[in-house]
Write a protein that binds this ligand. Sequence first.
Ligand code: BGC
Length: 729
Amino acid sequence: MTEQKLEQLLQDLTLEEKVYQLVQLPGICYQKDAAVTGGLDGSNFTKKDISKAGSALGIWGAENIKRIQKEYMEQQPHHIPLLFMLDVIHGFRTIFPMPLAQGATFDPEMSKACAEVAAKEAAVSGVHVTFAPMSDLVRDARWGRVMESTGEDSFLNSQMTAAMVQGFQGEHVGEYGRVAACVKHFAGYGAPVAGREYNTVELSEHTLREFYLPAYQAGIQAGSELVMTSFNTLNGIPSSGNQWLMRKVLREEMGFKGVLISDWAAIEEMIAHGFCEDGAEATLKAMEAGVDIDMVTSIYANHLEMMVERGQIAETLVDEAVMRILRLKNKLGLFEHPYKDGNEEKETEVILCKEHRELARKAVRESLVLLKNDAVDGNSLLPLNPEQKITWVGPYVETRDMHSSWAITGISQDAITIREAVTERIMEGDIKAKDHFFYSGSRILEDGMLEEFHEAVVTVAKTDLAVVCIGESRLQSGEAASRGELTIPEPQMQLLRAIRKATPHVVTLVFSGRPLDLREVSELSEAVLEVWMPGTEGARGILDVLMGAYNPSGKLPMSFPYCTGQTPIYYNGYATGRPQQGKDDPNRCCSRYLDIPNEPLYPFGYGLSYTEFDISEVQLSRECFRQGSGESIKAFAQVRNTGTVAGTEVLQLYIRDITASVVRPVRELKGFKKVTLNPGETCRIEFEITEDMLCFYTNRGTFEAEKGEFILWIGNSSLTENQTKFTLI
Ligand code: BGC
């Protein structure tokens, strides 16, 4: 439909019809078994609401959606189709590693491919919009939703967000197999005070702009059709009623032209926040802020029409919101094809097909992070020796539950267990020893050491090593899953301690939705592999890495704290006036803790490999460049695989602006490159340093680079000391 026809359609709508375009109902209104991802059950909606609301969330399945759409459109005087939205976060039915694990791949192309597959599966199932990606910067692992972010770095998050948006939407959302993306949660939702879910967010405008906004901006630049407001107050104002944030920053400065949807009941919650007296005031403030869709409450449905009629809200505000929604429906091609790609036959063909599973397995392999792999007498436990007898023990040995709590359309039965993956490898001949023992003790989370684990401890002594599979349960991370202690549940730690008493040779696989305090795990294990919530092909991907069929290359996208007391902790903070000079600094009055180190246990960008890489000193094409000249500097390093097996390394470029009108982080990621090298092979990697990369929000309120000296590092973690200097003159 042309823009002119859409305008005409808008003119033809009654005020009531227009208002209902702005109302989104929970799927439960249409179908009893729809997903309920928030706190309302939909019982407050009337038949009229259901026949008129412009969008629905939480429903999928081509047959369902087509039926609902058909019935709905028959009742629509203007035949405007219903828009179906759903949380497709890290896969639809083929579940990929959770987003934080995808961050660990440092491979935006991989995430793009995963989003493409997720979009295709969702689209054939009738879905039009996904509520992803979550672009919130996260620095505090106590917050349960860190699993849904790609981590603590705005550069990495920006790359990942853009890739995911492109993967979901392709060139045009109307294409076959595409869904519209929704960048969320605008803004600052990832910074709740003390990591407690839905809590207050206080960010200076400088910090907001410098660190928190870039990833949302990247998603908008990549063309995200929607943005979602956040639940939180930002500096005292709930986002869904924050005119400055939504009209000035999001629309005017960031150039967002698409549909702004509230988070689940976030408009109504402005009353609980103490920002609005009642539903009418919440309606007014949200409309003034330009929030186009009220997700799952009847606030707009109950107030908006009347308030426009009374002249309390300008009808032009309603019109602009409706137009944005009609444009989205039009871009998706729904006026011509109201079911879009929803197709029962395609569902059988496409969903969970072989290629999708293969991609999921590849993504798992790339996302695992080898945290420790000590060589004892010259040998390390990983990769596993196919001839060795192994005791596999812990609750994750037998579980198919490898999806995060956000994989609402995933089915655990699609995954195989670690035990089954080991058995597969024995059948395929990759594992030669037949003596493998499995103990999972399914009730361990509630019950402590079970009889079965006593047996495991006895068996361990007769085998060559133990692989202990422990971690957080799926429901310990995700929404409404903040934790005050970042620990592995005590019964599982008891198991690990008991196993360690029986053998010194312990490999621990950590399943988790967030960074945990792994001090003790690390002390008790010769090798530690972080496997996150790996999804449908989790077990096979893990075995690929354990057996050395894939050499691990994942890097931490978030610092793993030494202990919970360090949180929030991130690599790119500012220097203090009294920095600690080494861990034994005799000066009492320096910036440190009395009882714990300043450094995290495992830093951002860290991750080991089964091989070693030598990274040469950094060389520059020139030592200075002129401001405003368009010139750049090339930074090079040679990377050599000095080990005996092929491997992949992530080379990371960090920069520090030594002195500026506002202090700059001690280092910031500005680029990364992933290279795969055979043993003995060398390659030259090159980064181009441009003035754009040095820009920041100055004390003059401008976004620009300032002249002066910079430190530049190229290395394989945020701890690298491989540095040189250059000057902007
Ligand atoms: C979450 C959103 C999600 C929405 C719809 C909310 O509780 O914060 O991220 O998209 O529910 O399921």
